[in-house]
Design a protein around this ligand. Structure first.
Ligand SMILES: Cc1ncc(COP(=O)(O)O)c(C=O)c1O
Length: 493
């Protein structure tokens, strides 16, 4: 693919002042006759295509040697030294001794100690095509020859427009009205922007509704919204938040009734004071609890009637269900006023409706994203679609169902060690042992040593979750994960 040749959108142009126009006359005389820019000519230079081919070949040759194995004896002490330096410089040890060597093969990653792991957590859902993916590398090379490393409020390249348009097109595919998009560099910032948009729209309302166990990110405002007291230890609260109980899959009707009753009570207690209802359609950090059409409709209709803007946080759930967005998977298109994405999209974003469009300059950022994040984000969106991830019987739902079936078999085989499965689509979890954090962490670390990467989530109980990379996972990867998990359970000290 010749560089950014996939850019088809009209790019808004700023009119130049007469003086600058005069100064550019010489350039424009020749430029006018051309239908491509000099940069297009660079992108189409056959030497670049050849360079990309050689890079892909070299990566492929070396990566083909990677399969799950323990660390190399000869690298152990250098690796331990690196981890010590990491602990010192970051002011505490990392949760696990992970430092990538810089090479992988799809769902497999080589660490700097020479070990190779099956990565079913992928930076908590970031590496949607796994590691050293040829398409992502090619997109990153395209980005590397762009003129700037970062893009932002004042200077963006056409790829930013393409990314924003792709996200809005996907979000509006089944009826949601979300024509606007703002890129940002983290999920927390995308959520900050979402709340700013909602609060600006609803001023002077200042309260927010969220769910028990919500996780929104690590900024000041998101630490207030997140339902984890230890994540806001020593921090003042930035606005009042009221929490509703989330759907209990073991008792959906009763939990829906509780949540709706509580919502009505709060709307009556604080009339006109709610600036937003902020929700993850599938509770992520809170423990992989799925929502449902019925549950969310029962809450969103009264919220809509009360004029409370609805924000769906899809930073973790985007790309993991039968549709790109989990709000689409649950048929909630009519309720989405603002939606945030991040992680797998490589660059984060806040999408919003025409009604929510701010009337003042409240949104702007020096960095909206790295050029490589934007280019690889576009590649990722293309890959998710071309890999047949979506649809009721697309890859996501099929692989997830086979993964869940296999976990259910392990629950039968190890009734004291595995409860579940839980989750939705390619967000898969189980509860290990007694559901305590200590037990879950012990098993997680044992699996790490054996070569399977999963990660804890939820508080009571603590679960182990998996986020397989949807653009590259196959049935063989799922089978391998189950084999490693089985071995881990059988040998847990
Ligand atoms: C649902 C949800 N929202 C927001 C965030 C914050 O994203 P980031 O860590 O990129 O700021 C996360 C991160 O785990 C998340 O899971």
């Amino acid at each position: 693919m010749p560089g950014f040749g996939y850019i088809t959108a009209d790019v808004p142009f700023c009119p130049l002042s007469p003086t600058i126009t005069a100064e550019l006359t010489f350039v424009s005389q020749s430029a006018n006759e051309s239908t491509e820019t000099v940069a297009d000519a660079l992108r189409n230079d056959p030497r670049l295509a050849q360079a990309k081919r050689l890079v892909a070949e070299a990566i492929g040759d070396h990566a083909s040697r990677l399969s799950v194995r323990p660390s190399a004896e000869s690298l152990k002490s250098t690796f331990a030294d690196l981890i010590d330096r990491l602990s010192a410089v970051r002011g505490g040890p990392p949760i696990w001794p992970y430092l990538s060597s810089g090479l992988g093969r799809g769902a497999y990653v080589e660490l700097a100690d020479g070990s190779v792991k099956l990565d079913f957590i992928c930076g908590i859902g970031v590496h949607g095509a796994g590691h050293s993916d040829p398409g992502m590398v090619a997109a990153a090379i395209d980005a590397a020859i762009e003129d700037t490393v970062m893009q932002g409020n004042l200077q963006q390249n056409p790829a930013s427009v393409v990314m924003m348009e792709k996200l809005t097109a996907l979000a509006q595919a089944s009826g949601a009205e979300l024509p606007h998009c703002l890129l940002s560099t983290s999920g927390a910032m995308a959520n900050e922007n979402a709340l700013k948009i909602a609060m600006h729209h609803k001023t002077p309302a200042d309260r927010v509704l969220a769910f028990d166990n919500a996780f929104a990110g690590r900024t000041f405002a998101m630490a207030t919204l997140t339902d984890r007291p230890n994540y806001r230890m020593g921090l003042p609260l930035t606005f009042p938040v009221d929490y509703l109980p989330f759907r209990d899959p073991a008792n959906p009707e009763r939990s829906t009734r509780w949540a709706v009753d509580e919502l009505h009570r709060l709307l009556k207690r604080h009339p006109g004071r709610y600036a937003a209802f902020w929700a993850e359609p599938i509770a992520g950090e809170g423990g992989y609890y799925p929502g449902s059409h019925e549950f969310f409709t029962a809450l969103c209709q009264p919220l809509k009637d009360a004029g409370v803007p609805i924000i769906f946080d899809e930073v973790q759930s985007f790309s993991r269900t039968s549709r790109p967005f989990a709000f689409q998977h649950y048929g909630l298109d009519a309720f989405a006023d603002i939606v945030t994405v991040g992680k797998i999209t490589q660059v984060c974003a806040t999408l919003y409706s025409s009604e929510m469009k701010p009337t003042g300059p409240i949104l702007s950022q020096t960095f909206t994203g790295a050029t490589a994040s934007i280019a690889t984000g576009i590649e990722m969106l293309n890959r998710l679609e071309s890999n047949n991830c979506f649809g009721p019987s697309g890859q996501n739902m099929q692989l997830a169902s086979s993964f869940q079936d296999a976990l259910a078999s392990l629950a039968t085989k190890y009734p004291d060690l595995v409860r579940g499965p839980y989750g939705e689509g390619m967000m898969v979890a189980f509860t290990p042992g007694d559901g305590s954090f200590d037990f879950a962490k012990k098993l997680m670390m044992h699996l790490f040593d054996i070569g399977l990467l999963g990660f804890v989530c939820g508080g009571d109980p603590t679960r182990i979750r998996f986020l397989p990379p949807p653009a590259t996972t196959t049935q063989a990867h799922i089978d391998h994960a189950i084999e490693l998990l089985d071995r881990g359970l059988a040998t847990l000290p």
